[in-house]
Design a protein. Structure first.
Length: 151
């Protein structure tokens, strides 16, 4: 059984409880990204909205290495997924963070979740809302960052 953690918001000074048993972050009305930085462990740089929400990108050299680790051009051999996930978790653990945003190949995410949890980093997924916008009579969909979903 995982224990609840209490955090204090660096912005407003209020305390909130994070309950990992629920698979979501429960707090006092705002997402946990206000409580601590979120390391971006996806292949893409964080959007403006994600950066505003506290997401930080890896330095360029580490991000390039991460992109290589997250790219699967061939069917992975047995044990390769867990080994790769541990390598990514090791990189994440070198940063002073407690939360990491992940995303990528669905067959890999469970391995990465477990590897991050083993080094006491909470994996989260970005939640975006599809919004229709019209510019000069042309309709298109954009994705608006809404927050994070924990596992």
């Amino acid at each position: 059984m995982k224990t609840k953690k209490t955090k204090t918001c660096s912005i407003c000074g209020k305390s909130a409880t994070i309950n990992p048993e629920k698979g979501m972050f429960f707090d006092i009305g705002y997402n946990t990204w206000l409580l601590n930085p979120v390391l971006n462990l996806t292949q893409h740089v964080a959007s403006k909205a994600q950066k505003k929400a506290g997401v930080i990108d890896l330095p360029e050299a580490e991000r390039t290495t991460l992109q290589g680790l997250l790219t699967f051009d061939e069917l992975p051999a047995k044990g390769h997924l867990a080994k790769t996930a541990r390598a990514i978790a090791k990189v994440a653990a070198e940063h002073d963070i407690e939360t990491a945003m992940i995303g990528g190949a669905p067959f890999f995410m469970g391995h990465l979740e477990r590897a991050l949890e083993a080094v006491e980093i909470q994996p989260v997924y970005a939640f975006s809302k599809r919004v229709a916008v019209e510019t000069d009579g042309v309709k298109k969909s954009i994705f608006v960052h809404e927050g994070f979903v924990g596992v």
